[in-house]
Unconditional design. Structure first.
Length: 154
């Protein structure tokens, strides 16, 4: 078992770390948008989704779009976190990292005009982290199986 204190980053790990860190900064940047700008962005996505999925009928609401965005944003973060931490040999740290990001994200919103940090959003964000992590593990297992099968077929 690896000792966490003696980990050395190789080029691949460093690459994944940079991607993960930049993505987290983008999440935090979105949280710094004042309420009116955030609502404007959500409204634009809402119009597109309703047009594409429901032929322009107002089926989705801005609230639903915001919650879906939280979940999707953190699903990607879960995948990126797993890429980095699994490469280091400590995939479970992706979950702790994701929770810390969600808590920080909601805390940032406490200081932005018109925004509010919500505990329910932390839960939603962490659910996205879990979903992304599980998706990553499933895809990794399938890829490993296919590699093994291909080698056996040679």
């Amino acid at each position: 078992m690896k000792n966490f204190y003696t980990i050395k980053l190789n080029k691949k790990s460093l690459f994944f770390l940079i991607i993960y860190a930049v993505y987290i900064l983008l999440i935090f940047r979105n949280s710094m948008d004042p309420a009116d700008i955030s609502s404007e962005k959500s409204g634009a996505v809402l119009l597109i989704l309703n047009k594409l999925l429901f032929r322009g009928k107002a089926v989705l609401t801005e609230h639903i779009v915001r919650k879906l965005a939280h979940f999707a944003e953190y699903t990607v973060a879960g995948i990126l976190g797993m890429l980095f931490f699994k490469n280091l040999g400590f995939p479970v740290l992706s979950l702790f990292s994701g929770l810390l990001v969600a808590l920080t994200d909601e805390t940032i919103q406490l200081f932005v005009p018109g925004r509010s940090g919500q505990v329910t959003d932390v839960w939603l964000d962490f659910s996205g982290i879990l979903a992304g992590s599980v998706m990553f593990l499933i895809l990794s297992a399938v890829a490993a199986h296919l590699r093994t099968k291909r080698i056996a077929d040679l």
